[in-house]
Ligand binder design. Sequence first.
Ligand code: ASP
Length: 358
Amino acid sequence: MRHVVVISTGGTIASRWQGDGYAAEAAGQEVLAAGAVPEGVDVRVVDLFTVNSSRLTTDHQLRLLHTVHDVLADPAVDGIVVTHGTDTLEESAFFLDLFHADRRPVVFTGAQKPLDAPDGDAAGNLYDALLTAATGRDIGAVIVFAGQVYAARGTVKQHTVDAHAFGAPDGLPLGRVEFGRVTWGRRRPRPAPLPMPEPGAVPPRVDILTHHSDGDTVLFEASLAAGARGVVVVGTGAGNANPQVAEAVRKATANGVLVAVSTRVAAGAVAPLYTGGGAVDLVAAGGLLAGTLRPGQARIAVLAALLARPVTASGIDGTEGADGTDAADAAATLRDILEAAPQALPASELYLVDGVGK
Ligand code: ASP
């Protein structure tokens, strides 16, 4: 018998009609009852919280991270399934993946249709997630949805309502689930896990600022005034903005604020191609290019770096902080996260090897 723990957090998979719209309300046991449990798998449910995922906070994500850590302290557990709203699922999954230091997987799933829908997708997704959690090894945190297994890193919600909600814009899934078994592609290297954040750590503010034609730095300045320790500049094209934004990035990084540069384009990596406020200048100003990470996951990278290497108020100017860390340590950690190899499979590597990962 394989033992899987299901951690229930809400989302559409736990939502029912409220008279004027849907909202998460069902407990984990009710969600589980929507479908069948694979043969040979035994399930225990942990009800962590019941929210739709656009309402999630870093506190929720830290609670989830610590709960997963506690559950995996039991050697009898073979894997974990997290039921989660799809809106910010890619953020929580990547957050957990960055700290994950265990061979056993954390499998995120959810649904696009609510729990009480007669043609819902909850049952199938849950079944596939349980199967993946029971049998997968060395895959970190993954997203199982619509018959596909995606590495958390690089995966995004790509459709608002379609059952095929997730995709990897710069690669392919790690595997797929069909006819009651998981078929894996070639194993991908996983980067070293970050040190766990201290319990009770105060989450730093990290904002996302999207550039556009006629863009200025009003929101950038407001973000810094609100105490942001990290900022993601979502550039146009391959990560471009304008000279005012480049100057704001220079001032922010000089004050120990981490700046990552992503793009509002749906696929492809950011690259230092253009000056005149482009990525060339954002990098010269201290911004770090986020590779193929889309904005939500670039923000999680900044957040995780700050939690793994806390920057104290005295360390914000780049000097040594009271706890022995400083902004340069956090920036080096962020660089490592951003430069880690993408985990999505290139097309040529999918489904070559059956059974790897078990
Ligand atoms: N709004 C929902 C949520 O993220 C969407 C879903 O779960 O599919 O909680």
